[in-house]
Design a protein. Structure first.
Length: 100
């Protein structure tokens, strides 16, 4: 794959607070089932889920079309949580409002 996302492992018996935006969607993956998402959409996943990073498009797509160059591939079994609106997108919406 490509460049790996930053991953923070959390374990133990305590409450955890995660920051996410938009709607949080829980996806329960079956063994071998893949979920391909934008890396910025991944909130959390169980330790038995395998992850990889896959290049999408070309350098031209990334540079000239404003699209991401990589997606995250999560492979089950296990539970994945994804967000519909990432922090960067929310931040850019507020910046536009303030600048106008």
């Amino acid at each position: 794959g490509g460049m790996s996302p930053l991953i923070q492992k959390v374990a133990g018996n305590a409450d955890v607070v995660l920051n996410a935006g938009g709607t949080i969607v829980q996806v329960d993956l079956l063994p071998g089932e893949e979920l391909v998402v934008d890396t910025g959409s991944v909130v959390a996943f169980s330790s038995n889920v395998q992850f990889d990073v896959r290049q999408v498009g070309s350098c031209d797509t990334c540079c000239f079309a404003g699209e991401a160059c990589f997606n995250t591939v999560l492979t089950g079994p296990g539970t994945v949580y994804v967000q519909t609106t990432g922090y960067d997108k929310i931040k850019s919406m507020f910046v536009r409002v303030v600048d106008n």
